[in-house]
Ligand binder design. Structure first.
Ligand SMILES: *[C@@H]1O[C@H](CO)[C@@H](O)[C@H](O)[C@H]1NC(C)=O
Ligand SMILES: *[C@@H]1O[C@H](CO)[C@@H](O)[C@H](O)[C@H]1NC(C)=O
Ligand SMILES: *[C@@H]1O[C@H](CO)[C@@H](O)[C@H](O)[C@H]1NC(C)=O
Ligand SMILES: *[C@@H]1O[C@H](CO)[C@@H](O)[C@H](O)[C@H]1NC(C)=O
Length: 348
């Protein structure tokens, strides 16, 4: 028995979201299968692209922009939302919209601030920068790279430096170095001064966890850094009382919680507690972690042929968190219910 499956028109590869580098070539893929001849065209921000020397469509459907530009005078850049359209005698399919961003590293949003810390105490320095792609942040002390071998130093990827059990030799001028494919930048310098030795001090949480939204399989870092004398003990729990578990869970430095390969079950409110050893004296801080799952199709519409006057049903379901919103397109245009077209069951 020979089963012939006729694919009228379908995408094999749709364009991905990418970060483009200025003055470099950029390629966006669009591969389709189906009955030929098939023509492929591209749009940027919904407007058909003029192809020529600057941008061209290769024979395999890929869009090539020879020299990705950011024109300085006007607002005009090659960044935007791109989609490809495939057309054959059955009709037209429009791909997903690929978001193309220009790599950049703007000025620091915040610089580290000078601090004075008691010997044996805790220092926290922070800097913030919004790079595309996200910048890697390293630290320098007195303009030399900070050694990360010392377990008293914890560098969090979001630009936080924690130093515990501070010693006089830790003092100096600190600055961050942010870098990505677009640029490298240095922050202002901040002074860490180490003052006299410590007296008794109740636990204080210097910085607790932020509310965080991530996608499944990503890594979440929930910060918690506490100071006090004697040194407080930091522990974590979930507000709903469920166990945090052990798989993929690590403590970074003295109290930060790292959750790798996050799943939907990791969503929840996390509580960091700083306890004075041997007592009930404690401080807490909360942060909500939301884990999202991008939409995935569970069921696709199938090609059908029907006599005129008959009816055709197309079904489509998708899973994701939060619940995906479905729309239908016909020949690339949004399908709105009319006399003989009905959308049922939440557009599924
Ligand atoms: C890309 O364009 C910029 C200015 O628009 C120009 O300076 C540069 O030489 C071009 N690069 C290439 C590889 O054509
Ligand atoms: C399309 O062709 C270009 C140039 O030959 C190649 O670099 C690119 O990888 C091809 N794309 C796909 C999806 O095969
Ligand atoms: C850039 O474009 C926006 C609208 O698209 C406009 O409001 C803004 O003034 C423009 N900026 C420059 C520097 O041309
Ligand atoms: C986190 O979100 C809760 C609401 O869910 C809000 O009350 C709280 O202020 C937020 N915390 C931070 C640090 O933004």
């Amino acid at each position: 028995v020979i089963i012939i499956i006729i694919i009228t028109l379908a995408f094999l590869t749709e364009p991905n979201d990418v970060i483009a580098v200025r003055d470099r070539p950029l390629m966006l893929d669009c591969q389709v299968e189906g009955e030929g001849p098939i023509s492929i065209t591209w749009r940027r921000n919904g407007i058909p692209m003029a192809t020529g020397d600057r941008a061209m469509v290769l024979s395999n459907g890929t869009l090539l922009i020879r020299n990705f530009s950011k024109r300085r005078e006007s607002n005009e850049t090659d960044a935007g939302e791109y989609d490809c359209a495939a057309q054959n005698r059955y009709g037209m399919l429009i791909s997903r919209k690929a978001r193309v961003q220009l790599a950049s590293l703007p000025k620091f949003l915040s610089h580290p601030e000078s601090v004075a810390v008691d010997e044996g105490g805790v220092a926290r320095l922070t800097c913030q920068v919004n790079g595309i792609p996200e910048a890697k942040i390293a630290w320098q002390r007195d303009r030399r790279p900070l050694s990360t071998a010392d377990p008293r130093y914890t560098l969090l990827p979001n630009g936080v430096l924690q130093i515990t059990g501070v010693r006089r030799t830790d003092s100096g001028l600190f600055r961050c170095v942010a870098s990505n494919i677009a640029n490298t930048r240095y922050s202002h310098e901040a002074q860490l001064s180490v003052t006299g030795s410590r007296i008794y001090q109740e636990p204080v949480i210097l910085s607790g966890p932020q509310n965080l939204t991530i996608n499944v399989h990503q890594t979440a870092i929930l910060e918690c850094i506490a100071t006090g004398n004697p040194r407080p003990i930091v522990s974590w729990s979930r507000l709903d009382g469920r166990s945090i578990g052990v798989e993929g869970i690590q403590v970074l430095g003295t109290g930060n919680l790292m959750i790798s390969d996050a799943t939907l079950q990791h969503s929840g409110v996390y509580v960091c507690s700083a306890n004075r050893p041997g007592s009930r004296s404690r401080r807490t801080a909360l942060g909500r972690l939301v884990v999202q799952a991008p939409p995935e199709f569970v069921q696709w519409p199938q090609s059908v042929s029907r006599p005129a006057g008959g009816s055709a049903v197309f079904s489509c379901t998708a899973s994701g968190a939060p619940e995906p919103h479905l729309i239908w397109l016909k020949n690339g245009k949004l399908l709105t219910p009319t006399g003989n077209v009905k959308l049922t069951n939440g557009n599924t």
